[in-house]
Write a protein that binds this ligand. Sequence first.
Ligand code: SAM
Length: 280
Amino acid sequence: MNTLVNPLHPGLYIVATPIGNLGDLSPRAADILARADVIAVEDSRVTAGLLRHIGVKRHMTPYHDHNAEGVRPGLIARMATEAVALVSDAGTPLISDPGFKLVRDARAAGHLVVTIPGPCAAVAALTLAGLPTDRFLFAGFLPPKEKARADAIREIAALRATLVFYESGPRLAACLATLAAELGNRDAAVTREITKKFEEAVTGTLPTLAARYADAPPKGEIVIVVAPPGDAPPASDADADAALAEALTRLSTGQAASEVAKALGLDRKTLYARALALKA
Ligand code: SAM
């Protein structure tokens, strides 16, 4: 137990940490980290940097996908008498990060569970995208394999909600290509490096974004935000050309025309002719 004058109540404290800019650590989060008896961390090197930044030295114990099953019972037992803080490498624990089973088991054991909310890339991306925010679905990471990715997108395609996906730079182009093929001409935003030096939000229709990133994988961390169905403007010739150019990098002329015709609701014959012209 730490011996500070004002110790925390025993239990579990879920602490959100910055997604880039260390200035985003809340005073309350810093206070909890300074007073916790132990901090469960994904990667102690990452959290050590954060603790150094706030001038705090606390005991850390690893809690991540590979050891969680073995480590969890010990952490739950400690919560009876100690304050256990949970952080992830960045952002809000449990959001595409470990933690939900720790919360579930802490509740089942009757321990106090407290959240210290803060940065979350999904919510930050929604604030940058300029797309409807009244209803949204956070869909996390899409599967890396194309067929599984297309199936996962089809499952949620009809939802009247803005869609939010996490993605990495090297996979962005493939992910946008599948989103364009399955969801058509919807507006979208690629938000990148949020709160960091090179923060940006690139907006456009899915086909134009797919074309833009087809041969230019960006660096850094990415969130894709896609508008709900029904708000999509009719596809322009430029949209069709961008989508065709991107599809032709992966498919034959006929297949590219079929894919873009389906995605954008356009005539396949016309697109086939445009594809031939583009190739020429
Ligand atoms: N728990 C975190 C949160 O609250 O956002 C997310 C953890 S998840 C393992 C990591 C993914 O979040 C990255 O691959 C990226 O998609 C997104 N992400 C995290 N930080 C980001 C940032 N600064 N800018 C854009 N996306 C970010």
